[in-house]
Write a protein that binds this ligand. Structure first.
Ligand code: MSP
Length: 651
């Protein structure tokens, strides 16, 4: 039995859905987990795949007048392609239409049938097509599906049932005595709550007259297997069950089944009872993460607010996308995805903190001959920075075991900020000027070594960018990528003597007008601002998106006069402007304090977006936006060429 190896799974995705951020998140989470465990030196297996049977797929194929298998073959590529783009390192991609998987499902069905664990009975109940699940009268909420709230249809038919109810007491006891089994613990409580009601047996068949796209029951050719009973078995068929006992025992039981909170019951009730009936040990942890929302609203096709991971990767790069997802969501809770929040986090953590530290170390080392010299005498400043990085190594490891990546990444970013503080305090540029070479070498070595260790810690999340960072410090990309977290604790640094390589900014700053405001905006107020904004985020500057004249006509640009301006307490980037446009006064909050003093603005003729929905920035109402041109570190307000009345249309 597997006690030391690490085996992680994602749900297998319905093949006809277009992959969205929810699918991308679970798969990236599993990938990061797998990479970290490999990095800790553990034997690791990562399984993902697609769920290809059932009514939804049959319907989608019928709509396209296509054979369902051919439909699956065409649509599965979307997932495989996306995983390739996202740098996913799964060891196996399972499809439930594979012959071997189907064989295992049939064998399990036959065995359970032979043992009397599956029986035939007449069934009357309610069926939800969307969820492909049966419910009893008492399960319904206001006569509708208790899971999704959609209409259900009355059904009376003969079917096969798995004796799930007989395992109810065992399951309650198992959950209560294994606190790691369902995580976070409030999800275990949710399952126990569900188990307070008497558990019914599970209907595991569908008559072919109603649904033909599924695995035929080995003991009754008039029926196919219920899609969830088929799908859950992927977790064992994917690692050699009934094919290669040695392989199977190497990996099973799984260390983690990662799932979204909406599929908790199928994983925490159906699956354990199935395993118990088959006679297999339980997975160590079923971990249910929360949902990604947009602007704090549920993502849905009808609202048009579903985030497409492919778009994000194309705009900002795969590593930044992975970093955002992992640092923004505390697994277990819901998180909010907005492009503004994405850009704000990218600019502050990656472009500013990490990017700056690397560029300072590179510049100074290149100026001093390009080779990282061994350190001379160490002072309290070096000890302080080294201790911060040690803390990050320990935090990353414990957060990883507790599935708290957001906190692990925050600890690593603290170490990066400590690196920047160290550079400012030790000021290698003045050491160079003063010719204090021994001290200069020590400082540059210490900062570079902090970067090296930070990069190893971040590599599972940002594998490609961290290999670039390693290359800049003079490593071969592949050698650096092979460095493990376990090496950080056991091996001495091999940095001294390496020749650094100049490189382009690792994370070039993203200029995104809306993001500037989000950056200055604390999370709480962002929520309110988002509610007032259209769901779809604008394309960032730099991405040329052609629009029609009608699109442009939607934006009302007008001249305005600044009456007065003042600073915003506690927000050193912001100014509050009182302006007048066409006889109407309004207030605009803008992130221009770095470039303009309040006094210099009074009386200026500026251009504003007059019909922007008001938003709250730092709790202050901002009605509109002023226009400014920005290049690099320079920002200039857009003004009119000579006198013109305020309120005049610009276009
Ligand atoms: N096929 C089943 C799983 C079978 S596993 C044996 C299935 N597939 S799914 O494609 O509909 O959903 C897969 C996963 O995506 C679920 O874990 C679900 O929670 C997750 N998500 C769907 N929308 C989501 C968000 N908006 N945010 C985060 N995850 C969400 O269910």
């Amino acid at each position: 039995m597997n006690t030391e190896n690490f085996y992680v799974t994602t749900p297998i995705y319905y093949v006809n859905d277009k992959p969205h951020i929810g699918h991308a998140y679970t798969t990236i989470l599993a990938d990061v987990l797998a990479r970290y465990h490999r990095s800790l030196g553990e034997d690791t297996f990562f399984l993902t795949g697609t769920d290809e049977h059932g009514q939804k797929v049959q319907k989608a194929a019928e709509k396209r007048q296509m054979d369902p298998k051919q439909h699956c073959d065409e649509t599965v590529v979307r997932f495989q392609e996306l995983w390739r783009k996202l740098g996913i390192t799964n060891d196996r991609f399972i499809r439930t239409t594979e012959e071997y998987h189907k064989k295992v499902v049939r064998e399990i069905l036959q065995e359970l049938y032979d043992r009397g664990e599956i029986y035939k009975a007449e069934y009357t109940g309610w069926y939800c097509v969307g969820d492909e699940r049966f419910f009893t009268e008492k399960d319904l909420v206001d006569g509708k599906c208790p899971e999704c709230g959609r209409e259900v249809s009355a059904i009376k038919e003969s079917n096969y049932f798995f004796r799930m109810s007989k395992y109810q007491d065992w399951l309650i006891d198992y959950i209560q005595t294994h606190p790691d089994f369902i995580q976070p613990s409030f999800r275990a409580n949710e399952t126990l709550g569900f188990l307070r009601k008497k558990l019914s047996d599970l209907c595991i068949s569908r008559p072919k007259s109603r649904l033909s796209w599924g695995i035929e029951l080995p003991f009754d050719p008039d029926y196919v297997c219920y899609v969830w009973f088929d799908a859950l078995i992927n977790y064992i068929s994917g690692v050699g069950f009934h094919r290669n006992q040695e392989e199977f025992e190497h990996w099973w039981p799984a260390s983690y089944h990662l799932i979204g909170k909406d599929i908790l019951t199928t994983h925490s009730v159906y699956w354990p009872t199935m395993l118990k009936a088959i006679g297999l040990p339980m997975p160590r942890t079923i971990f249910a993460h929360g949902w990604w929302l947009t602007g704090n609203t549920k993502m849905s096709k009808s609202l048009g607010n579903v985030v497409n991971p492919m778009d994000m990767v194309e705009r900002y790069g795969v590593d930044a996308f992975r970093y955002f997802l992992l640092s923004e969501m505390s697994p277990g809770n819901d998180a909010n995805f907005t492009e503004e929040a994405f850009v704000a986090r990218y600019n502050s953590d990656l472009a500013n903190d990490l990017g700056n530290l690397l560029s300072r170390v590179l510049k100074m080392t290149l100026r001093s001959g390009g080779v990282i010299q061994p350190p001379a005498e160490l002072t309290a400043d070096e000890a302080e920075l080294n201790a911060e990085v040690d803390k990050a190594v320990a935090a990353m490891e414990s957060c990883l075991l507790a599935m708290k990546f957001d906190q692990g990444l925050a600890a690593v970013m603290n170490a990066v900020r400590a690196g920047n503080r160290y550079m400012e305090k030790t000021a290698p540029w003045s050491l160079a000027k003063k010719g204090e070479l021994a001290r200069l070498n020590t400082v540059l070595y210490t900062a570079a070594d902090a970067l090296r260790r930070v990069a190893v810690l971040l590599a599972p999340v940002m594998p490609s960018k961290m290999a670039d960072l390693g290359a800049a410090l003079g490593y071969n990309r592949n050698d650096f990528a092979a460095l493990k977290i376990s090496d950080l604790k056991t091996k001495k640094s091999d940095l001294a003597g390496r020749t650094v390589q100049d490189c382009d900014a690792l994370f070039p700053r993203i200029q995104f007008e809306a993001a500037k405001e989000a950056e200055a905006k604390p999370a709480k107020q962002e929520k309110a601002a988002k509610a007032a904004k259209p769901a779809k985020a604008a394309a960032p500057a730099g991405v040329v998106e052609l629009i029609d004249i009608a699109d442009f006509a939607k934006v009302q640009l007008r001249t305005a006069k600044v009456i007065e301006a003042s600073r915003v307490e506690g927000a050193d980037r912001l100014l509050r402007l009182r302006i007048e446009s066409g006889g109407e006064e309004r207030q605009i909050v803008s992130g221009i304090a770095r470039w303009y003093t309040p006094e210099s603005l009074a009386g200026k003729s500026i251009v504003i977006v007059a019909n922007l929905r008001p938003a709250k920035i730092r709790g202050i109402e901002s009605a509109g936006m002023l226009l400014a041109a920005k290049e690099g570190d320079t920002l200039r307000l857009v003004t009119t060429d000579g006198e013109i009345a305020s309120g005049a249309e610009v276009g």
